[in-house]
Design a protein around this ligand. Structure first.
Ligand SMILES: CC(C)(COP(=O)(O)OP(=O)(O)OC[C@H]1O[C@@H](n2cnc3c(N)ncnc32)[C@H](O)[C@@H]1OP(=O)(O)O)[C@@H](O)C(=O)NCCC(=O)NCCS
Length: 172
């Protein structure tokens, strides 16, 4: 995947992440609830990240040829005592879906987590209906730990989440 690279997100990215946050196709796949987000809230979200970099790493997925932002992959809720972190992924630019970029970005993020942040366990939550995301996670080696029943209210119904994780010595 030589045409893609990761870098830490910057304030300039939030004009794009704000568009994604209100894109129904992207939001539909996320394992979080939905509400409208104004630009001021997006700015606060970025400032909050800047003030909490010790427990979060948020990375932009970028197209090398034109520096266009394609998506974001994040390690959040980092616990340096137990060496765990939660992973979140979105390819916000839908033109780039289905090209293996999601898989590449997760692998790069978890290798950073295991090799540079000294993490041992990386976990994530995925909607039971999000088969595309599950396919990516399983192909990397994430294992299902269990179901959180009716954990998220979204699009008029309660939805189940799958908890998945990968352990350092399973990955390498
Ligand atoms: C889910 C998402 C991250 C996947 O990224 P992507 O770059 O399109 O994924 P990839 O191209 O790396 O891989 C897609 C895989 O899913 C498979 N797939 C695609 N649609 C599928 C479906 N409906 N059911 C099952 N598998 C599917 C593909 O065959 C491919 O697997 P393969 O590599 O073994 O062929 C991206 O679509 C996205 O950001 N969606 C919106 C937000 C979201 O859902 N985020 C995840 C939250 S947990």
């Amino acid at each position: 995947m030589e045409h893609i690279y990761l870098r830490e997100i910057t304030r300039a990215d939030i004009t794009t992440t704000h568009i994604w946050r209100n894109d129904i196709d992207v939001v539909e796949g996320l394992s979080s609830t939905y509400r409208y987000v104004n630009f001021e809230t997006e700015e606060q979200w970025f400032s909050n990240y800047q003030n909490n970099r010790s427990t979060q790493v948020r990375l932009a997925i970028v197209n090398k040829s034109d520096d266009v932002l394609i998506g974001m992959v994040s390690l959040v809720n980092i616990d340096f005592l137990s060496k765990t972190s939660e992973l979140a992924l979105q390819i916000g630019n839908k033109n780039f879906w289905g090209q293996g970029i999601g898989k590449f970005a997760i692998q790069a993020a978890i290798e950073h987590g295991f090799n540079n942040l000294n993490l041992n366990r990386i976990y994530l939550y995925v909607l039971t209906e999000n088969n595309r995301a599950q396919a990516v996670y399983r192909s990397i080696g994430f294992k299902e730990e269990g179901i959180l029943r009716q954990a998220i209210f979204k699009s008029g119904e309660y939805k189940d989440l799958i908890l998945m994780s990968i352990i350092r010595n399973e990955y390498f």
